[in-house]
Ligand binder design. Sequence first.
Ligand code: AMP
Ligand code: GLY
Length: 444
Amino acid sequence: MKILVIGSGGREHALTWKLRESPNMDEIYCAPGNPGMAQEGECLPVDVTQPQAILEVAQQIKADLTVIGPEAPLVAGVVDEFERAGLWVVGPTKAAARLEASKIFAKQFMQRHAIPTARFVVAESFEAAVKALASFGVPVVIKADGLAAGKGVVVAKTREEAEKALEDFMRRKTLASAGEQVVIEECLLGEEMSFIVLTDGHGVLPLVPTQDHKAVFDNDQGPNTGGMGAYSDDAILDEHTREAVLRGIVVPTLAGMAVEGNPFRGFLYVGLMMTAQGPKVLEYNVRLGDPEAQPILMRLRSDLVDLFKGIRDDRLSGMEAHWSPSPSVCVVLTSQGYPGRPEIGKVITGYEAAEAQGGVKVFHAGTVFHDPQLLTAGGRVLGVTATGADLPSAIERAYTAVGKIHFEGMHYRRDIGAKGLRRLARPPERNSLPSRRVPGQPKL
Ligand code: AMP
Ligand code: GLY
């Protein structure tokens, strides 16, 4: 089978690396790819915002299976284009991708289907938005409606900060049309979790749970980024909470999309806040998370192509995935300036030594190869990912590998997985995120 992976980040490198192991794989291609992906398969140029261009690449190499990594091509309708051409592709249609493309659509969808989420108001003008702020306390969350590469959400601690975000999005148009309309919502308290499933529209196959670290500095300080690191450990989610998320959130989401005529197929990422009132949805993404994909795929033992066949043939509900019980940790190395404008073009050393360490894989994101050197080329540069017999050893391995890598201005968080360690240190009865108990069920 010829496989094509679309995208060029750490998530797509991890997908390519995993798919390359598949017994179904004969040839693997990436478009546009990155230097790490070029080690796994052949890279071809493409503009990922152009569905027609992506289809042409797939037709040119006669791809049997195309996997779309990032949201931009999904939102632009690449899956619709492939389906019209009769080609096999993994991902939701343009209509289904609105769950991520429009925060207003997502919030109103949740309201229509009684899916737990933060109280919100939609505002279509700056004046209306400022007025709506009055019905919220602080902190308050301001969200640009459209795609903004992780820059469209401001958790404002004061009213002034909230008004500044509204001013930026709606008057100064810092996010262009993405910020013309906003969602203002109540700030939820709790721990965040990334719950990602594969689905054929009704059948659901949950992936192992992960926690991302969005803020740029340790202890969740500083502005949010696309993700500074993630870890996966079964202890993040107990069985009872997992069932509650599936029954109360994932199943109604898929049923709602189907009823509205937009069945959702592909990876559905539900960003959750585990509040004292139970899990609530912060956001939907219509793809694998990045960096979450790295620690998740490192634990996957099943053949990913077989799971994708389950989606294609509508028989995912009968399938199971096999996972390594070992936790995994991904530490993202970023360029100076990120999440603002990154300083790029710096020489990267030590990445081969880092990977030579057992149980470690260095996934590339913003890198470029200028023979004979590897240079930085973006905000998020590398995702150093490791597994270990337990969480402390996975963390130690990842940071030992990080210690071997260098580039000027390199920044990373030193506390990836620390939330998991704190959970392990808690007494067993408090060892999972809070969940709403179903009346009549025994306390777990
Ligand atoms: P989103 O793109 O909606 O996930 O927002 C990005 C990040 O902003 C989330 O991962 C949270 O850290 C934070 N966030 C979004 N909505 C809320 C909320 N209602 N309460 C608290 N934090 C939020
Ligand atoms: N890590 C968050 C995301 O992929 O959106």
